[in-house]
Design a protein around this ligand. Structure first.
Ligand SMILES: C[S@@+](CC[C@H](N)C(=O)[O-])C[C@H]1O[C@@H](n2cnc3c(N)ncnc32)[C@H](O)[C@@H]1O
Length: 196
């Protein structure tokens, strides 16, 4: 079965545009076949971004893991004037993110990276709507692995659905990081995790 994160060079292209507004900021995202939530901004990603922004307005050094066409990192970069690194395994998603970075005029750049394999630096914030379909081991690799790429007072922010194991993942992650549930809506949970 084809997943949205597999690289299929033969997949046809049907570019579409998605608008998003946050306060006085207007965003336009190009999307395409073969990427996550191709027709509309995912509810969980939107809740993650809006919950993060309720709690943070300062400029930070941010890493968006599994960036898709770039929604999370691009909005945070624009609204908080932050420098954002955006990574994914899906080449088409990264190409769209590059175009969306230019379209929305933000200070961000992309890398092809399986979890943190291309990452050498540390970040104030790591944010992710993790790839549940890649399996629980990959999700835990991304969430647990954040501890090695966060500054000492850095924060991991993530969204996960209740029926996708939010509680069991929180329990495992709590061994590495102090995890708090910041928001809940329509079965989506937003978590913030910090180093002990
Ligand atoms: C749930 S989607 C979120 C996409 C985007 N952040 C959004 O909010 O629309 C998860 C993303 O993780 C990517 N992904 C899958 N496996 C990955 C891996 N091993 N390393 C990095 N990213 C991965 C997928 O290609 C997909 O774009």
């Amino acid at each position: 079965m084809e997943h949205y994160f597999t690289n299929n060079e033969n997949l046809k292209s049907e570019i579409r545009y998605i608008d998003y507004e946050y306060e006085n900021f207007h965003f336009k995202f190009l999307s395409d076949l073969g990427v996550f939530s191709k027709n509309k901004i995912d509810y969980g990603s939107k809740l993650l971004v809006e919950t993060y922004l309720k709690n943070n307005s300062e400029s930070k050094k941010i890493l968006d893991v599994g960036c898709g066409y770039g929604f999370i990192g691009i909005v945070l970069s624009k609204v908080t004037d932050s420098v954002v690194t955006m990574i994914d395994v899906n080449k088409r998603a990264l190409h769209l993110t590059d175009r969306n970075i230019s379209e929305n005029k933000v200070n961000a750049h992309t890398y092809l990276s399986d979890a943190y394999e291309s990452i050498k630096e540390k970040y104030d914030v790591i944010i992710t709507n993790p790839p549940i379909r890649a399996g629980k081991d990959k999700v835990l690799e991304i969430l647990m692995g954040s501890v090695n790429y966060l500054t000492d007072d850095g924060e991991l922010w993530y969204v996960i659905r209740k029926d996708q194991g939010a509680k069991s993942i929180e329990k495992v992650l709590n061994k590495e990081l102090k995890v708090d549930n910041i928001e809940k809506s329509k079965g989506f949970y937003i978590f913030r995790a910090k180093k002990y």
